[in-house]
Design a protein around this ligand. Structure first.
Ligand SMILES: Nc1ncnc2c1ncn2[C@@H]1O[C@H](COP(=O)(O)OP(=O)(O)O)[C@@H](O)[C@H]1O
Ligand SMILES: [Mg+2]
Length: 329
């Protein structure tokens, strides 16, 4: 799959660049639906940022060159060459635990002092595991202070991302991080993305919006599925079938119906069963809490048709449609 031209996210990028120049005392934790564009946003940001920047794909298993992105770009090969002798696998995990060492390597190639220093660690939860997430976020917080003392950059910005709703609960328990949402694309940007994918004439963009809610990965998935939306939904249903079995066996179908009607019912009609269902859906990365603002201070508005409530939402509308279908059978 070729990489599509980057669309939209101007406001997010603008804010990120401002933050990079100002610096923050707390790491920023970005989270949002799977496939909404967190990785792409970070990479676009890191590529153009003013200062010394380092991006780590914590999920990369094998190739250090794929796991790292730096600005300025030319220091990358040197770092990788230096590191490669000692890198352990999975590479991404090793790198996020070796930030200190990587920065030492960078410092031997170019001066960090007096420049903005930006570090982005992508998809930390899946790489280091839920059990280490709290520890790691705290460690990043302490890293900011240590980096300030040792390297004297003009500012420091550290960003970490995850799509795992469960990790959010862990991170939320503490005060040493700022949490921000990244949401799916807005309608206009989504249309732009669809046009790049050259849909056949009979494809209704409104229908794509209805099922993907602007999620770029889901949209690309549909394109790769020869634009057959029905069979794409069927594939989602096939994945969710075992989950429905669990939900039925636990007598949680009424609760599920209520969340399909309105995601905010999770807090409007609280019960132990609701909590039980919430845990299941969050762990399956279908449903999430969305009470935080985006990095540029926006609140994602309620949109019942897309399964977006005031505080809670389905990650993409297709999940609620697929679950609804499965419930009816
Ligand atoms: N703003 C965008 N413009 C163009 N393509 C995008 C944009 N955001 C995401 N994509 C594409 O959508 C797919 C999923 O995005 P990704 O950043 O991997 O999502 P996430 O990291 O949130 O799971 C990737 O192929 C990515 O290149
Ligand atoms: Mg990602």
């Amino acid at each position: 799959m070729i990489e599509l031209k980057f669309v939209n996210r101007e406001e997010e990028l603008k804010t990120l660049h401002e933050l990079a120049n100002k610096g923050t005392t707390l790491p920023i934790y970005l989270y949002g639906p799977e496939g909404c564009g967190k990785t792409r946003l970070l990479k676009e940001f890191i590529k153009k940022v003013n200062g010394v920047a380092l991006y780590i794909d914590a999920l990369e298993g094998e190739d250090p060159e794929k796991a790292l992105l730096t600005t300025p770009l030319n220091i990358l090969t040197d770092i990788v060459k230096d590191l490669i002798k000692e890198v352990a696998k999975p590479v991404g995990q090793y790198l996020c635990l070796s930030l200190w060492k990587i920065l030492k390597h960078i410092e031997t190639k170019l001066q960090i002092r007096g420049k903005p220093l930006i570090i982005a660690v992508d998809d930390i939860t899946r790489a280091i595991g839920l059990s280490k997430v709290e520890w790691y976020t705290k460690w990043l917080y302490e890293l900011i202070k240590k980096l300030q003392e040792d390297y004297r950059p003009s500012s420091i910005l550290i960003i970490a991302t995850t799509s795992e709703g469960k990790s959010l609960d862990l991170v939320m328990r503490h005060t040493y991080t700022h949490i921000n949402l990244v949401w799916n694309l807005d309608k206009e940007a989504h249309q732009e993305l669809i046009q790049q994918l050259k849909p056949p004439k009979n494809i209704d963009p409104e229908q794509l919006w209805y099922y993907t809610g602007g999620n770029p990965r889901a949209t690309i998935d549909i394109a790769e599925n020869n634009w057959n939306i029905d069979s794409w939904i069927q594939k989602i249903e096939a994945k969710l079938r075992p989950l429905i079995r669990t939900i039925r066996s636990l007598n949680l179908t009424n609760e599920l119906q209520k969340l399909i009607e309105d995601p905010d019912n999770i807090e409007k009609q609280p019960s132990q069963k609701m909590e039980q269902l919430y845990t299941i859906l969050v762990e399956a990365n279908l449903f999430m809490y969305k009470g935080f603002r985006t990095i540029n201070g926006k609140h994602i508005p309620k949109n019942p048709e897309l399964g977006i409530g005031e505080y809670y939402a389905w990650q993409i509308p297709a999940y609620k449609h697929a679950l609804e279908q499965l419930l009816q059978r």
